[in-house]
Write a protein that binds this ligand. Structure first.
Ligand code: EPU
Length: 338
């Protein structure tokens, strides 16, 4: 394990922001992770995983530790179900494809989400009607101070919409090292009603889809709407979709009867932030190298040389505009690293 000074983090964050790490190292085992966390000569340490859900505002004045711990194994299985343990450094999409190719069902709707397995529980990743929590059993996480591994079951993770214990009480306390998921081996529970999946499958003339068909449909929909971070820097949805109470919703829908929405409960409604932002005129707008994607207003993009500060400034301008227009607050989903 080598510690290198003054390393550019551009290739380690999907926004492609040219921030630097004062020191940088990569760990491939839990033993190495414990070892590097014990190095007192580097008092400040910063944990980096897939770099797909963060906006770097400044250089990082710390030892940046990149989690690159790989591996997966079968914990147990019966005729219908398989329990898989996956290490934190595995690429999420590669893992989904591996499951789909082995006919393990449950996460196919989350194909092509950037990032690594270890960060998936932090924000309870989700797409097309399925969230990580639906197949989640437990995760192991290293407590940064005691260096002990704790196992968190699903309840302890307190999953919510793009939310968990690790974004709240447990923030910055733990490093997730592995995740156990429970997947189906047959009679898969398919989710095709959300968004454009059904019409995409119909366009392939598929009436009885397999999980591979669903994965392909999701990949194709995502490719048509969302920019590939390898080509255009971005962090997926920059904002969360706001969840509002019935009072606010009734007023909103009266003034905007054409707006899309999802009724979550009798009292809670989710309004697509992408729609709100588009109405405010930001879709496809570009300010220097910071911009709003032309196909999905929820995604902010870096055309090459945008700084984190410029992207942040644009995001704040959008928040203000949405609030002034609709009286609704939208919050960043991406972690802003100051
Ligand atoms: N919409 C607009 N204009 C836009 C974007 C969206 O009017 O520029 C409208 C769409 O027409 C649609 C609605 O908003 O009626 C919802 O759009 P979409 O289906 O694209 O999904 P989203 O709510 O914008 C969420 C997730 C995505 C996930 C998709 C599909 C969040 C913050 N984002 O986006 O997740 O892929 O649903 O499930 O919940 C991510 O988290 O990084 C991410 C990409």
């Amino acid at each position: 394990m080598e510690i290198t000074p003054n390393i550019s983090l551009q290739k380690y964050n999907t926004f492609g922001i040219k921030a630097k790490a004062k020191f940088f190292c990569e760990v491939t085992t839990i033993a190495q992770l414990k070892q590097v966390l014990s190095l007192d000569q580097y008092p400040r340490k910063f944990i980096l995983s897939g770099g797909s859900n963060m906006l770097l505002i400044d250089d990082i004045d710390a030892l940046v530790i990149r989690i690159n711990i790989k591996g997966k194994e079968i914990v147990k299985e019966d005729n219908n179900t398989i329990w898989l343990q996956v290490m934190a450094g595995e690429n999420w999409h590669n893992f989904v494809l591996w499951c789909v190719n082995n006919d393990y069902g449950g996460i196919e709707n989350m194909s092509l989400i950037p990032g690594n397995v270890g960060t998936a529980p932090i924000q309870n990743i989700g797409a097309y009607g399925v969230e990580l929590k639906d197949s989640f059993v437990s995760c192991n996480a290293l407590h940064k101070k005691t260096k002990e591994i704790h196992t968190f079951n699903k309840e302890e993770c307190k999953f919510g919409y793009r939310d968990s214990f690790f974004k709240n009480e447990g923030k910055d306390e733990y490093i997730i090292t592995s995740v156990i998921l429970k997947l189906s081996k047959k009679d898969h529970n398919l989710h095709i009603s959300y968004g454009a999946i059904a019409s995409e499958l119909a366009s392939y003339k598929i009436s009885k889809p397999t999980i591979k068909d669903i994965s392909n449909a999701v990949i194709s929909i995502r490719k048509s709407k969302l920019p590939d971070p390898a080509e255009l820097g971005n962090s997926g949805s920059f904002f969360k979709n706001p969840v509002v109470n019935k009072l606010i919703f009734d007023k909103f829908i009266k003034n905007n009867p054409e707006a899309p929405f999802y009724k979550l409960t009798e009292t809670e409604y989710k309004i697509p932030a992408g729609w709100l932002i588009e109405q405010c005129g930001y879709k496809g707008k570009r300010y220097g190298d910071a911009g709003v994607h032309k196909n999905q207003a929820l995604v902010l993009v870096n055309y090459g040389n945008a700084t984190g500060q410029e992207i942040l400034h644009l995001s704040q301008q959008i928040q203000t505009s949405v609030f002034d227009t609709f009286g609704i607050e939208i919050q960043a989903e991406v972690n802003i690293i100051k």
